[in-house]
Design a protein around this ligand. Structure first.
Ligand code: UN1
Length: 487
């Protein structure tokens, strides 16, 4: 597996030797062997290891951020933010090592006490995408390890250098052998290895961030083993602009949500749902903002850089073909800066050196259009007009996804009604659809996931199981439901 710099595709960045399915299973077996020992380390001590990992990321922040930019083309400011998200996650869970609370619960009977404990799930297999190659893995790995699980991590195929650096920092934090193993593998090998490891009883939890199509397959595989995976899948995230919105703020939000990271976030904006009264003015300002935005060299101050890999660029171009015959294309397509007829206008760097895609706005999107319900994972934003709040809500929901949703309004009631009515797991008011913070529950509904949540204390429910205990000190056999004098 070889990665190239997507902003300069003649530059090789990283390499990894992919494992075969048997090696994948072996890694799960090693993880199984190491798990009891790791779980026996007191949680506060595991928390210290997490704290140490956080310090190492802090000390190596700039170098790692530069590597993220070099291997996936994310603008440097965003790459720094991503590494910061790892540090924040470590800070949060280091403290959780000293909490990881259970409860004392009253019994129906006297001389009897009930308790609950969080117990580790066991071996976790984590499969992550390359658009957030350090932050998203940390959302899984840090709490999974803190809770006393061992982890087999399958990073994205196009980020071998980042995965190696990330793993090294985790290992240097003081993890015993076998507690975290990174296995470079392609998709088919991962499925084959995972399936065999599940059959052999070597996997207790799967965490997956990626496309909804692959998520369905992971869900089926896990379901056959009566497991509930943690699934963080795609999105078609709406941004609703009410007639009383601050339009400049909404334009700024739509620009970042839709085109930041070249639209390659699961939380990226899919469709602007704008009230008909302000539609034309919004579109005019949005179009101008998109045309004025700097695009190109991700080490410079740009809105976005290249697509992550050739596969992402090809898939984005297929999505453009989807809309071309049906819609008026606004924005830069056909007229703008990274087109063949005028490639250098406003572009930072050399547009021919890398995997750059031009920003596109598609106006006149309707609920029955394929683009309305298809996640594009690229710099393309649809615009749909509405007349009533109910129509806006329907447009915000009916695509089948339910990850993130945003509303721009100056009316409190609109904001709260939107929150109540929208299916999304994450709602923003007067803010971007993307940019979730590291200690709030992250996750979606519908095609965006199976309701699992990451981040903050909520993720503890993914990586621990509740165990109850009762302790009877009556000295005679007390029977629940039968010897309950008080009821
Ligand atoms: C993803 O795209 O998989 O909310 C995660 C955000 C980021 C995480 C996105 N903090 O945009």
């Amino acid at each position: 597996m070889t990665s190239v710099n997507p902003a300069r595709t003649d530059e090789v960045v990283g390499e990894a030797e992919p494992v075969d399915a048997a090696a994948f299973v072996d890694a799960c077996r090693t993880a199984r062997g190491a798990q009891r020992g790791w779980a026996a380390v007191p949680a506060p001590v595991r928390g210290r290891v997490v704290e140490q990992i956080g310090r190492l990321f802090e000390a190596n922040k700039e170098a790692l951020a530069r590597l993220v930019t070099r291997e996936i083309g994310k603008p440097l400011a965003e790459s720094r933010g991503e590494v910061q998200e790892v540090i924040d996650t470590c800070t949060f869970f280091a403290g959780e090592g000293r909490r990881l609370y259970g409860q004392t619960v009253p019994s129906e009977m006297s001389d009897k006490q009930l308790f609950t404990f969080r117990t580790p799930v066991g071996v976790a297999v984590i499969v992550t995408a390359g658009n957030f190659p350090v932050a998203v893995p940390s959302w899984y790995l840090v709490p999974a390890l803190l809770c006393g699980n061992t982890v087999v991590w399958k990073p994205a195929e196009y980020t071998p250098a980042i995965a190696a650096a990330f793993t090294e920092l985790f290992q240097r934090g003081g993890l015993p052998d076998g507690v975290l193993q990174t296995v470079p593998a392609d998709g088919p090998t991962t499925f084959e290895g995972l399936s065999a490891a599940l059959d052999a009883g070597l996997v207790d939890k799967i965490g997956f961030t990626g496309s909804s199509a692959v998520g369905v397959r992971i869900g089926e595989l896990a379901g056959r083993h009566l497991q509930v995976p943690c699934l963080e899948l795609g999105g078609k995230n709406p941004l609703v602009v009410m007639p009383d919105a601050d339009l400049d703020l909404a334009v700024e939000g739509a620009l970042f949500s839709g085109f930041g990271t070249a639209g390659q976030r699961c939380t990226s904006l899919g469709t602007v749902v704008v009230h008909r009264d302000v539609h034309d003015e919004f579109l005019r300002r949005f179009d101008a903002a998109v045309r004025a935005a700097a695009v190109g060299d991700p080490t410079a101050d740009v809105l976005y850089g290249p697509m992550i890999s050739a596969r992402f660029l090809e898939s984005f171009e297929r999505h453009l073909d989807l809309v071309r015959p049906h819609h008026t294309l606004h924005g830069s397509t056909g007229t703008g800066r990274i087109t063949a007829d005028n490639p250098r206008e406003g572009f930072v760097g050399d547009p021919d050196a890398g995997l750059f895609a031009h920003p596109t706005i598609v106006d006149g999107v309707r609920a029955d259009d394929e683009i309305y319900r298809t996640e594009t994972f690229g710099p393309i934003v649809g615009v749909a007009a509405f007349d009533t709040f109910d129509e806006a809500l329907a447009l915000a929901n009916d695509h089948g996804y339910g990850l993130s949703a945003s509303i721009y309004t100056s009316t409190l009631a609109h904001a709260f009604r939107f929150r109540e009515g929208v299916r999304a797991g994450m709602v923003s008011v007067n803010n971007s659809t993307s940019g979730a913070e590291a200690h709030l529950p992250f996750g979606g509904n519908g095609r965006s996931g199976n309701g699992s949540r990451q981040s903050g204390v909520w993720v503890l429910d993914q990586f621990t199981r509740w165990q109850s205990m009762n302790w009877d000190y009556a000295g005679t056999l007390q029977k629940a439901q039968m010897d309950t004098a008080v009821l």
